[in-house]
Design a protein around this ligand. Structure first.
Ligand code: FES
Ligand code: MG
Length: 591
């Protein structure tokens, strides 16, 4: 450690380089113009960036504008100098056509800032869905010391004495609105009740998932994910995060030391135990690729599928973010897993310099209704399986959400309860689905399988959260509330339908989904991990030849320059949806 402490900090190349006094003076003078002193910038104090993802356009992360003050206090107390800078906003609920379009844009922006400015370490302010992966991906590529700070979930939402959770309440109330039980204004009121304070979604959606996984990866201080945004502990951990990043710079503790293969395996296990979003494999695979760590959807199945669901949060369960925090948050979940011998790598290092095992051992589970003991889980086998076949090379499914009623409808053979068959009904993009779904002439019945294509990273640029499709109104009235859905898009982490999603390659990359036709029989065999259109290889080849002769699968025109740029270089969902040319740039900070 002592050798590391004496190394020259990279900020000194800008601010104190006697070999190049002209540039040093130029770099230095402008940072003095608002009151920083030459002493602060030239005395070898670590210069710490605060990557600010909060703004008026990003309400989920907006509270970071306040928290950054405590981060600054912590940085100063530990002898560092804070330089806060803005990150391209990514608001999950506000950005058209989809916030996922911007994850890689924010990533690119962060890489340029971390690489090109005099920063020795960085505090990554994370929260809303895509902000967490974007920031961790950027830190992975540049590999300067980095620590994540969650903004924390909103307080619990309440309506007429019942918890209303982000997103989940929309899915529920939409059905009531469709059934005429509530009117439009009441619908809006109920949904708004789920957002009672600053912070991110209070359900186990993609935000709580990714913040929990950032902690499980070792990139946040212990307990940092679950503290609700308005709580005093949130400001306190912001301060501690500021203090700690300065020490991390002194210790030269880097993302590549923390986000190892072992850390990713821990995170996969935690994802199953918390009931994490189906967006998690996309984002973790992306972070891993930027670090050069091998990780794919087969790993998700092998490491995560058998792990039971412990955390009883909506949409899979009952409770919300405040309850999760009061029960003990991520450390209590990790400790439950450790006591059962199921955390694969308790020795993985975390940002506080201790291992995750050291951090979480003895973390008491303070409410076993919210975090169930390992021996009494909410659901068995809560992880994903990775399906393959002539429909796609990879698509994931959460088998734990399949209901017995659902199994009964689709069993092709009672001897083989893991195989389903149904008739494909194909939609090209969410617009077509919305325009046509309720048309009785389509003949959709309780044995249909709904297929959504044209919704992957190329087709619907960034990939749309549209695979979870509601059945037509006439089926809902008959009591059929879910049909199996298959698609090349994503699914909101706050919905709980039995879907096969993230199918790769997507239709727009001329994957198997581009070849399926309405009326085809589809067979899904969960035990074998297979998903196939039941047609001959010759017929499939014939369809492919016709598709390619017609110029391939057609998708809508680009609307912005970034849509066109990204479409030309984006990888598939199973591969993390990364920008392909970016992957070769790894650990690019020179010191
Ligand atoms: Fe931002 Fe859910 S919409 S966290
Ligand atoms: Mg989402």
């Amino acid at each position: 450690m002592s050798e590391k402490k004496t190394r020259t900090l990279r900020s000194q190349e800008w601010f104190d380089n006697p070999d190049n006094p002209g540039m040093t003076a130029l770099y230095l003078e402008r940072y003095l113009n608002y009151g920083l002193t030459s002493h602060e910038l030239r005395s070898g104090k670590p210069i710490i960036g605060i990557a600010q993802t909060g703004s008026d356009l990003s309400p989920c992360n907006r509270h970071h504008l306040e928290l950054a003050k405590r981060v600054r206090d912590g940085i100063a107390a530990a002898g560092g100098v804070a330089l806060e800078f803005p990150v391209h906003p990514i608001q999950e609920t506000g950005k058209r056509p989809t916030a996922a379009l911007d994850r890689n844009l924010a990533y690119l922006g962060l890489v340029e800032v971390l690489y090109g400015y005099p920063l020795d370490g960085v505090v990554l302010t994370v929260g809303c869905d895509k902000t967490t992966p974007a920031m961790l991906m950027g830190a992975a590529t540049v590999n300067i010391p980095a620590i994540a700070l969650s903004v924390g979930p909103m307080l619990n939402g309440w309506h007429r004495g019942e918890r209303t959770g982000s997103g989940t309440i929309v899915w529920k109330s939409r059905e009531r609105l469709a059934a005429g039980e509530i009117d439009y204004e009441e619908f809006i009121d109920i949904v708004a009740s789920s957002a009672p304070s600053v912070g991110y979604c209070n359900t186990m959606g993609t935000a709580t998932t990714m913040n929990s996984l950032a902690e499980a990866l070792g990139m946040e201080l212990p307990g940092g994910a679950a503290i609700p945004a308005p709580y005093r502990e949130r400001g306190q951990i912001a301060y501690e995060t500021g203090r700690r990043i300065v020490e991390m710079v002194q210790e030269n503790l880097r993302p590549s030391d923390i986000m190892t293969r072992e850390a990713f395996e821990n995170a996969i296990v935690v994802n199953s135990a918390i009931g994490g979003s189906t967006n998690a494999p996309i984002h973790l695979n992306a972070i891993a690729r930027h670090l050069g760590v091998k990780l794919d959807n087969d790993d998700w199945q092998a490491v995560g599928h058998e792990i039971p669901l412990l955390v009883n949060l909506q949409p899979a369960g009952e409770y919300l973010g405040e309850d999760y925090h009061h029960a003990g948050g991520v450390p209590a979940v990790v400790n439950e897993l450790m006591m059962a011998g199921k955390l694969p790598h308790p020795g993985a290092l975390t940002v506080n310099g201790k291992t995750i095992g050291e951090n979480c051992r003895n973390a008491e589970n303070l409410d076993t209704k919210v975090i169930r003991p390992f021996a009494d889980p909410l659901k068995e086998k809560a992880g994903f399986i990775n399906l393959k076949g002539n429909l796609f090379d990879s698509a994931i499914m959460k088998t734990s959400v399949i209901s017995p009623e659902f199994r009964d409808r689709y069993l092709s053979n009672p001897e083989d309860p893991d195989a389903f068959e149904g008739t494909a009904h194909v939609f090209d993009g969410p617009e077509e689905y919305h325009a046509k779904i309720d048309d009785p002439a389509l003949g959709i019945d309780e044995n249909s399988i709904l297929i959504m294509r044209g919704s992957g990273p190329i087709g619907y640029p960034g990939g749309a959260e549209v695979v979870n499709m509601q059945p037509p109104a006439h089926l809902i009235k008959k009591g059929v509330h879910a049909l199996p859905c298959v698609g090349d898009g994503r699914q909101s982490g706050t919905s709980g339908s039995p879907s096969i999603l993230n199918a790769s390659p997507e239709a727009a990359a001329n994957g198997g989904l581009a070849l399926v036709k309405t009326g085809d029989r589809i067979r899904i065999d969960l035990k074998k991990g297979a998903a196939n259109i039941l047609i001959s290889d010759e017929e499939l080849a014939q369809r492919r030849a016709e598709l390619m002769a017609a110029g391939g699968y057609q998708y809508p025109a680009h609307q912005t320059p970034w849509q066109e740029i990204q479409r030309g270089m984006i990888d598939q969902l199973s591969e993390g949806m990364v920008l392909k040319p970016a992957v070769k740039y790894q650990r690019i900070a020179q010191n």
